[in-house]
Ligand binder design. Sequence first.
Ligand SMILES: [Zn+2]
Length: 110
Amino acid sequence: MIAKGNVRIGLEWRFGPEWPGQRCGAKTRSGSPCQRPANKQKGRCRLHGGASTGPKTNEGKAIIAKSNIKHGRYTKDKLAQRKKEAMIAKELWARRKMIELRLHYAGIID
Ligand SMILES: [Zn+2]
């Protein structure tokens, strides 16, 4: 607990001023070095470049893209396929209409 005047605030931060671990050290907006604990691999805290910024390789990007697809109804492939099918259906409808008209003028159907 921290006492501020006659008010006690929250729990004490685990990485207080006596914490012996590596600090981030990035320059903050106030100009002082960042005091947050650093990420082991990157040497900076999560606010200063220590957090993941996503996959970099094409392989990793493909994995993420695949995991983000729910049903694939709106993927480029599926949309193009449906458009093609709609065009075929329209063409068939027009041909059927032409045949109907010809039969109508020939007097075969009403
Ligand atoms: Zn930092």
